[in-house]
Design a protein around this ligand. Sequence first.
Ligand code: F0G
Length: 415
Amino acid sequence: MDSDLWLECINCHTKFDAKKIIYTCEKCGHLLDVKYGNLEKAIDGDWKKRPISVWKYYPFLPKLKQVISLNEGKTNLYHCTNLSDKLGINNLWVKNEGENPTGSFKDRGMTVGVSVAKSLGSRVVACASTGNTSASLAAYASKAKMACVVFIPSGKIALGKLAQAMMYGAFVLAIKGNFDEALELVQESCERFHMYLLNSLNPYRLEGQKTIGYEIIDQLNWEVPDTIILPIGNAGNISAIYKGLLEWKEIGLIEKIPRMIGIQAEGAAPIAEAYKKREKTVTFVEKPETIATAIRIGKPVNWEKALRAIYGTKGLAETVSDREILEAQKMLARAEGIFVEPASASSIAGLRKLIDNGEIDRNERVVCVTTGHGLKDPDTAIKSCEEVTQVQADITDIEKTLNKILSETMKIYAV
Ligand code: F0G
C-alpha cells in the first residue's frame, strides 16, 4: 500500500498505520476511515477517460501491487420511465447492483478488501453475513487462493446466497442466532484465530463500495442527482457512498452531494427510528424481523457513519413494511424488467412512500440503488406471485386456457 494513506478514527481523529490490522479505534473504540493525503492530484488525471469500473477510480482507492478482481462494478444505470410514470415523478434512475459478478454490490467492497487482505499477508478471511457478503467474500477468496470462513444466521439466509457460499468453497458456520450475534462472534473469532475480518466494519471494504456513487455521477455525465435512495442494513453502503462523494466535493470535482436517503424494514429499523426523533445515537433492536432477510439487522455497526451521511446531506431515513417491499419488488419487475431481491426493493418502496407523503418532489432527479439480484431469493418471489397455470399436454386444453387468459389481457390493455 502507498505511504500517503492512513486509518483515522471518526471520533477522536487518532491516526493509525494503514497496514495495522484493526477495525475500530484503539483509543476510543469508534469506527475508522481510510484517509488519503493527495487526492487533489487526481483532479486532472487520465482516469476520467477510462470506461467505468471500480478500479477506474484508482486515485481514490488504496494503491496495491496485486488486485484481486472479478470485473466488478460497471452496473447499468436504468432510466426508468415506466416506473416514474406510475409513481408520478419525472426523473428516476435505478442503479442495478445485482449485475455484479456474484449478484450484489458487495463485490465492489471485496475487490478492495480481499486485495488488502492479500497485501497484508493474511491467509484466512472471514465474515458474518445475511447472505450476500458471504457469497461475495467466498468468491473473491477463491480467486485470491485464500481460505474463507463465513458465519450465517441459521435458516435465515436466502437459498441462492447459501448455494453461492457453498459452491465457492467457503467453510460455512450456521450460527443458531441472528446476524447481530453472528457478527459479534466472528469479530471475536477473528481476533483469536488471526482471520482477517471482511464485514463492513473493515474500512477498506467501504472504499470499494464508494464507487457506486462515482459511477452514478459518471453515468449521468457528471450531473449530480438530487437524491440517492438505498436500503440500510449494517449501514456500510450509505456511509461508503457518502464518504466517496464528500471526497469528490472537497477537491472540487463536484459541487454538491445528493441527499442520502436510507430505507429500513419496519421490523429492523434502528436508524430510521433514530432519524425520526432527530437523535444522534441509535437504540438497537434486539429481535429484528423482516421478509427482506438481507437487512434483518438490529445492531448496525456503521450507525454512526450512516447518521453522518443522512444529517450531513439533509437526507432522511424512512421505514417500509414487508408488504410494501414485496409490492415494490413486483412493481419494478413488471414496469421495468428489473428483478431485485426484497431488500433492494425497499429503496423503491421507500421512494413510493416519500412521493406519497410529499418528501420527494416530482421534479427531483432521483437514483434508487437496487443492491442484490432477484434470483438470490427465489422462494420469496414465488410465494409473492400468482400461481402458474397447469394445463394438459394437449392443444385443445391450451386453446381453452389461452382464450381465457388473452381475453382478460385484452381487457387490461383496453383500460
Ligand atoms: N441490500 C442487500 C441486498 C444486502 O445484502 C445488504 C446487506 C444491504 C442491502 C444493506 O447494506 O449493510 O451496507 O447497509 N447485506 C449484508 C450481508 C449485511 O451480510 O450480506 P448495508
